[in-house]
Design a protein around this ligand. Structure first.
Ligand code: ADP
Length: 549
């Protein structure tokens, strides 16, 4: 490093352990509060989490884990899961979070594909892991994330280890190792709406850079004064990076454990004075039903990031009415996940409220670190006019280059601009760079050569007072190839007719885009990450219009 071309700054790799040691040293007594699976509210802090993570790192090495090995987790948002995050990545192991809501066969497939050596899991998932164990021949150790008092008298799992006992057996004299920041830190599989799930393998560098960007004022605007409650699970793209961002800014973290019902969440928001949160739309619908049903208000909660699927404007308004500003964000597992957030620019300050809303309902502007563009089928860039919808592509240091265990890179060459990741989303960009997702490529409705956005149609239906949730899918049509079919779940006790719902579209959308029919359902299916399962709906209702005609 003596070349005159180099700067003369310290060569320090961007490592995840540095986030934790920073929080422990400079915000050591800032609280980490968890609703544990055992039922109690547990109070820890950054200093304690760091000490315990060091002990766990020692224990994992003692169990035979070697640099680069994957440690699987099947766990909710709790302090112990946070410790596993930092102990694994910090000691050069890979933290592989698995979604416990997936089908058991999928969990086994994912754990085997990742070649997990150790599996750490929560108490209420013991029966699931016992059932899975015969399909996990390569997992060498099963660690139940609880204390001795809650360990089962006997278990089908051979040599089941107790988390607290593992920690107690270590002395904590462990120095976080320094290594190349490009080393793998954590692994998360996409929910696999088509085919097998695929793993996104994050690096220390990508994770730390993402944590910085997420904290910025025009992103999540996190500071040490915040109390952050990630409703988004730690098994869903590292809870959108919040466990890292919280350490970076040194703020209080409130972890809701497995209880994500409206009443339990509301209680935590109030008792812990939460200011900021993040989650997918369906979760907020549940919480808002509780808040409105009981006539409640929030005393400290002021803003939340909503993403993972399009946030219905009706939900944004509902949250606004109780004083919570919604930051609509877009991202994906392959992007760590943050790509864009809807934040106004100074020139929008004087706009009428309705126009501000229209901008804030979009998926927003790219944050530094991610570049986005829309391209046509030949991968040529499309104009940023808010009109041309095309394939959304992205690139940046926290965007995937290739999937775990796959040789081929999914990147595409955009004319004259190098390699980009094709997101599978369809979007428009306006002249100010506000991106709006109109669909996933596979959900868009292709009617007589024109594209109809299923998201637009869903958002309109959800603005109807009788509608709890709506999904629009492409149904085969003899003349038009595909036509939109609206599926709705009504609110309890509400009623509305097919005709009333269809006429609700008048004046809100071009007439030809109005759904062809309405199906009332008791419940809409969701994926393991809480999104509408369009795959299930399409399989069931694809022939609805043909059958009716
Ligand atoms: P999966 O592909 O398994 O659902 P992700 O959870 O990573 O995995 O989901 C990413 C996808 O979710 C995006 O490609 C996009 O289709 C959708 N998505 C995420 N955020 C939004 C949003 N704010 N509006 C619309 N769609 C979104």
């Amino acid at each position: 490093m003596t070349s005159p071309l180099y700067g003369r700054m310290m060569q320090m790799p961007l490592l995840i352990s540095s986030l934790l040691t920073h929080a422990a040293r400079h915000a050591g007594d800032t609280e980490i509060v968890s609703r544990r699976v055992e039922g109690d509210i547990h109070r820890s802090n950054w200093a304690r989490v760091e000490q315990r993570a060091r002990r766990l790192a020692q224990a994992l090495r003692r169990l035979g884990c070697k640099s680069g090995d994957r440690v699987g987790t099947l766990a909710w948002n709790t302090d112990r899961h946070l410790e596993v995050y930092y102990a694994t990545s910090g000691s050069q192991l890979v933290c592989h979070t698995i979604n416990p809501r997936l089908f058991p066969q999928q969990i086994a497939w994912i754990a085997n594909d990742a070649d997990d050596q150790v599996l750490c899991f929560d108490l209420n998932l013991l029966p699931l892991v016992e059932q899975l164990a015969p399909q996990l021949p390569r997992v060498r150790h099963f660690v139940l994330m609880t204390d001795r008092a809650h360990m089962p008298a006997q278990s089908a799992l051979p040599g089941l280890l107790c988390y607290e006992e593992l920690l107690a057996a270590e002395d904590g004299h462990y120095a976080w190792p320094a290594f190349d920041e490009q080393c793998a830190s954590s692994l998360c599989y996409t929910s696999g709406t088509t085919g097998h799930p695929k793993g996104a393998l994050y690096s220390h560098r990508s994770t730390v850079l993402h944590a910085y960007a997420a904290a910025l004022p025009d992103a999540m605007a996190c500071s040490a004064s915040d109390v952050v409650l990630p409703v988004v699970p730690m098994f869903h793209v590292n809870a959108w990076g919040l466990p890292y961002t919280a350490a970076l800014v040194g703020c209080k973290l409130v972890l809701p454990g497995p209880k994500l019902d409206g009443a339990s969440l509301y209680e935590l928001f109030e008792s812990e004075k939460v200011t900021f949160s993040a989650g997918v739309p369906t979760l907020w619908m549940g919480l808002m039903e509780h808040v409105r049903g009981q006539g409640l208000a929030f005393s400290t909660f002021r803003r939340t990031v909503i993403g993972g699927s399009a946030c219905p404007p009706a939900l944004m308004r509902a949250l606004e009415e109780v004083g919570v500003h919604v930051i609509h964000a877009w991202g994906m597992t392959e992007m760590s996940p943050l790509g864009s957030l809807a934040r106004l620019q100074p020139k929008h300050a004087a706009l009428p409220a309705a126009e501000k809303h229209r901008l804030l309902e979009k998926q927003g502007k790219a944050i530094y670190g991610v570049d986005i563009d829309v391209v046509n089928d030949a991968h040529e860039p499309l104009p940023w006019d808010g009109e041309h919808a095309g394939h959304l592509v992205a690139r940046g240091p926290w965007v995937i280059e290739r999937y775990w265990n796959e040789d081929d890179s999914p990147l595409v060459e955009v004319q004259g601009r190098g390699a980009w990741f094709p997101t599978g989303d369809v979007a428009t960009m306006d002249p100010d760079g506000f991106m709006q997702i109109t669909d996933r490529s596979k959900d868009v409705i292709k009617s007589g050569g024109e594209w109809i956005s299923s998201i637009d149609l869903e958002c309109i239906a959800m603005a109807h007072p009788a509608v709890k949730e709506a999904a629009v899918v492409a149904a085969t049509h003899p003349t038009w190839d595909e036509r939109p079919l609206l599926l709705v779940q009504l609110k309890a006790g509400a009623s509305v007719t097919r005709e009333e719902l269809l006429s609700f579209y008048k004046g809100r959308i071009a007439h030809w885009q109005t759904p062809d029919d309405v199906v009332f359902v008791d419940e809409l299916p969701h994926t393991a990450t809480g999104k509408l399962s369009k795959l299930t709906l399409r399989a069931k209702y694809k022939d609805w219009l043909v059958r009716k005609s």
